[in-house]
Design a protein around this ligand. Structure first.
Ligand code: GLU
Length: 309
């Protein structure tokens, strides 16, 4: 048995002493206001016990981590029909790349690049108003995290809307292929709101518990998805969760994970624990610099990996 508290405290001490914390994302102005000097980490066990270190109760913008939650909702609504709208191959391209989309006729490579996540939002809207879909997404996140205090940060959503030309381009480009069923502006507004959900490491680790135990949150007995679906979501996180840094993350950490430009990473050690880590400074591909190092250290000390036991 590991002394998890001691491991986390030690990791926090070591990573926060590192001189290079990466760079905070600035293309969404509201994210540029975040103090880079923060680090938090939580490990949640299947029985609901959580161990935390550092700024694990501080709220941050989960950004692209929300794509795991909207994918889960979309699979619940559409099942395998979702894969007609979006692929499931790693992209090898930056998160907001438009190049591949043209060659592949407007069908995004996977649900975790921006184009794919925007297509997923179009799929789950099903003719509803943005505020209804936004409420549905928030409701789902509160349900899986077992925490009704979780909210969206309107300032972040507005900030991204004002500077979201690239995402708007991706959305209009996909719509030009006749793929969209809802007005592009509705889809984009909903997407920016889902990205603006604010959570702490503790809330995020709890929200990921259903992916640890084959779709069942064993801490409260709630079944969220089937075992097969949980495994498939984990496989997508492993292959595509870190954009063009996904191979590097699999190599260094060996666990499925999803990052966001707010500096958070949600990771899953199947059967063992869920992990959330946050530090706002990003590496050159947009993944949390200290967060990745911390997860690498945790995997090494616990022996958690999907590639061995
Ligand atoms: N809201 C961000 C965007 O669309 C999400 C990107 C990310 O977290 O990687 O640009």
């Amino acid at each position: 048995m590991h002394d998890m508290q001691a491991i986390l405290d030690d990791i926090a001490t070591k990573v926060t002493a590192l001189p290079d914390r990466g760079k905070v994302a600035t293309y969404i102005p509201q994210l540029a206001c975040v103090d880079p000097d923060q680090f938090g980490m939580t490990v949640a066990l299947p029985d609901g016990t959580v161990y935390s270190s550092g700024d694990a109760q501080t709220l941050f913008s989960i950004q692209s981590i929300s794509k795991v939650f909207t994918l889960t909702i979309a699979l619940g609504k559409l099942g395998d029909a979702l894969w007609r709208r979006v692929g499931r191959e790693p992209s090898g391209d930056p998160f907001n790349s438009i190049v591949q989309l043209e060659m592949e006729h407007g069908k995004p490579r996977n649900p975790f690049i921006n184009a794919g996540a925007i297509a997923v939002v179009d799929a789950i809207m099903m003719g509803h108003q943005p505020k209804e879909t936004i409420a549905e997404i928030l409701q789902f996140v509160r349900f899986i995290a077992d925490d009704n205090s979780i909210c969206m940060d309107d300032r972040v959503a507005k900030s991204e809307l004002l500077t979201g030309d690239r995402n708007a381009s991706l959305a209009h480009f996909m719509a030009s292929f006749g793929h969209f069923k809802n007005p592009v502006d509705f889809v984009l507004g909903t997407y920016f709101h889902q990205c603006s959900i604010a959570m702490s490491c503790e809330q995020l680790a709890r929200a990921a518990l259903f992916l640890v135990s084959d779709g069942l949150n064993t801490s409260n007995g709630t079944r969220v998805v089937s075992a097969q679906r949980a495994r498939r979501i984990n496989s997508l996180m492993m292959m595509c969760g870190h954009y063009d840094g996904s191979g590097e993350f699999a190599f260094r950490v060996g666990l499925p994970g999803k990052s966001g430009v707010g500096g958070g990473i949600m990771a899953v050690a199947p059967g063992k624990a869920s992990i959330a880590v946050w530090s706002p400074g990003l590496d050159h591909v947009g993944n949390s610099k200290l967060g990745t190092i911390a997860l690498e250290m945790l995997a090494e000390r616990t022996g958690w990996s999907v590639f061995g036991h």
